[in-house]
Structure formats: C-alpha cells, structure tokens
Design a protein around this ligand. Structure first.
Ligand SMILES: Nc1ncnc2c1ncn2[C@@H]1O[C@H](COP(=O)(O)OP(=O)(O)OP(=O)(O)O)[C@@H](O)[C@H]1O
Length: 241
C-alpha cells in the first residue's frame, strides 16, 4: 500500500533456537499512531527490531518507507527508543542529547526542543545516572525524537511512568502524528490501546488482529479492548481445537 510507512510480509524470526515471530504480515499506515500490543514475550520487541533493521530474520520481507529494512538511507529517517535506555550515565541530559544529535547529524537546536517535549527542562543539567527510572526513559525517548524522524519506533515508552506523565507523552505522540510523523508504539497496557489509531495485536509470535480500536470492538462485541483481546484469544483457541 503506497500509504504505508511499513509493510511486513511473511516475517519469520528465530531467536534462541525457537521461532518467535511466526509468519507475520502487517502494515503501518503513515501519519498515525499504530499500537503493537500483546503479552510479555509474544514477540513485540523482535518485530520492532526487524522493522528498525537490527534483527536477523529467517524469512519474509520488511519494507520501510519504500526501502528494505536496514537500508543505510533509512538511518536518519527512523527514530528508535529501545526498552532499556542506552544513554550514558556520566553525562548530563543536555550533553547526552548533544552527543547523539552529533552522531545522528541532527541540528544542535533540536536538543532544547526535545528536552522540553519529553518534559525534562528541570533536569536538563542533571547527570543521566542521577535520574529516576521514568526520567531516564524519557531522556531515552528524547534521543529517538532528535532530527524529526519520519518514523518513530518506540518500545514500551511509557513503562514505569505515572498516569499524568503517560498522558503527557501520549499527547506528544498525538501532536507528532498530527504533524505527519508515523508512530509505532509497543505496550502491554491495554488501556493505551484506545489511544491508538490502529492496533496490531500479537500473541505467541503471530498477529491476532490488525484493526482500528472501533473495528476490534465491533468484531468482538466487546466495549473494553482488554476484553476484545481476550475474546480474540478464545476464538483462536477454539479454532485450533
Ligand atoms: N537475545 C535473545 N536470545 C534468545 N531468545 C530471545 C532473545 N530475546 C528475546 N528472546 C525470546 O524471543 C521471544 C520474544 O521476545 P520479545 O522480546 O520480542 O517479546 P516482547 O513481546 O517484546 O516481550 P516484553 O513485552 O516482555 O518486552 C521471547 O520468547 C524471548 O524469550
């Protein structure tokens, strides 16, 4: 689909001798927020890594912004925030972001903008090693925002954050999408699903659904998305037995 930022087809990934992504096909539309949801260990991070181009795949294709995942030309077009912050503890927030801006070729003026966007103005000169868990993950998110990438791939960006902060970050995601950025955000908190435009629901290495929240509610007859997810799992189990 020309309007898709990401097209995944027949993706298979083997990790630790086991197939952990088992024939996934999905599309991520441009300029909206797509949520990737599913229980711990279902393969979300592995799918995200395949899209970012850092995962060895056993089969299938992943096309990102019209190019094969991992293409050099994609490096500056994708912002990726991993689950475990990869940011130096002995630098201040500003220094760390300046460093990454230089590595990524992003303008230095991005640093202050990004610090404000992730709500770290008050900690701009604090050492990363002295930040709280939530502040640390927001600094990590800031790196992904440098250079205004076309596609943002965020692996559980709100984990460990209080509800107010989570809300603020989702407002930021919404603003970024309104400005044309494509966001792919993983979460295992189902209440975040309702904030997404599209949902990819995974379980056990497979995709259970690729729909909007409204379509998912209609398909399952459940108002609550957690219930909808559970109904899909039961449907799948019934179909197998
Ligand atoms: N480095 C690795 N070596 C071997 N197996 C791995 C490795 N990393 C992940 N796995 C396995 O791959 C499967 C999928 O893991 P993945 O991290 O993609 O799941 P996830 O849905 O992102 O989980 P979580 O929500 O807990 O982060 C799991 O069964 C996990 O044990």
């Amino acid at each position: 689909m020309a309007n898709s930022a990401v097209v995944v087809d027949g993706l298979r990934v083997v990790r630790g001798g086991r197939e952990v992504v088992r024939g996934v096909a999905c599309e991520v539309p441009r300029g909206v927020i797509t949520g990737l949801l599913g229980p711990s260990g279902c393969g979300k991070t592995t799918l995200l890594r395949s899209i970012v181009g850092v995962q060895i795949v056993a089969g299938g294709t992943v096309t990102v912004l019209g190019l094969p995942a991992g293409s050099k030309a994609l490096r500056r077009k994708i912002g990726y925030a991993t689950q475990s912050p990869a940011i130096y503890a002995d630098l201040t927030v500003t220094e760390a972001l300046r460093y990454f801006a230089a590595v990524l070729g992003a303008p230095e003026s991005d640093v202050d903008r990004v610090i404000t966007e992730v709500g770290l103005d008050g900690e701009a000169h604090s050492l990363v090693g002295n930040l709280s868990g939530g502040q640390h993950s927001r600094a990590n998110l800031g790196i992904a925002l440098l250079g205004n990438p076309e596609l943002l791939v965020l692996d559980e960006p709100t984990v460990g954050l209080d509800p107010v902060l989570r809300d603020t970050l989702w407002e930021l995601f919404r603003e970024l999408a309104a400005g044309g950025t494509t966001l792919l955000v993983s979460s295992h908190v189902m209440d975040e699903a309702a904030r997404c435009d599209r949902l990819l629901l995974m379980r056990d290495g497979r995709l259970l659904a690729d729909q909007s929240p409204a379509e998912l509610r209609e398909r399952t007859g459940a108002v609550d998305l957690e219930q909808a997810f559970l109904r899909l799992i039961r449907e799948q189990e019934a179909a197998r037995s």
